[in-house]
Design a protein around this ligand. Structure first.
Ligand SMILES: [Zn+2]
Length: 128
């Protein structure tokens, strides 16, 4: 009898809990806790090119499945924060500000991240 790895399913629900917890902290720091009532987090197949995207109407953040690989853990959280910062920036300012401008950067920094518009591909691991 060997050690059994946790099922991928169980693993995903644990990760989702932690993502929602982090989102709760960040939205609270930003003064947008109410976003948590509507927020959805989804995953796309790992072969999509974007690491993340957000649907402002559906308050849904879609994260690339490749981010679920353990070596990409830090990028998983950064990408969620990146997309949430877009949602909150649009809620606060509408579309009259730059996508990765100072308002978006401020959100990232308040959440404890460096405000980088793009995550270098070289940082992403494609196998776990
Ligand atoms: Zn962006």
């Amino acid at each position: 009898m060997g050690m059994r790895a946790p099922s991928p399913h169980q693993d995903l629900s644990v990760k989702l809990d932690r993502l929602f917890e982090a989102a709760k902290r960040w939205t609270s720091v930003w003064g947008y806790s109410r976003l948590m009532r509507e927020l959805n987090i989804e995953f796309s197949p790992p072969n999509q090119s974007a690491l993340g995207r957000c649907d402002l109407t559906r308050k849904t953040v879609t994260l690339n499945g490749v981010l679920l690989l353990d070596p990409n853990e830090a990028l998983l959280f950064e990408t969620l924060c990146h997309e949430l910062a877009h949602v909150v920036t649009v809620m606060r300012y509408g579309n009259r500000v730059e996508e990765h401008g100072p308002e978006w950067s401020e959100c990232m920094e308040k959440a404890g991240f460096k405000a980088r518009a793009k995550i270098p591909k070289s940082l992403i691991q494609f196998s776990g």
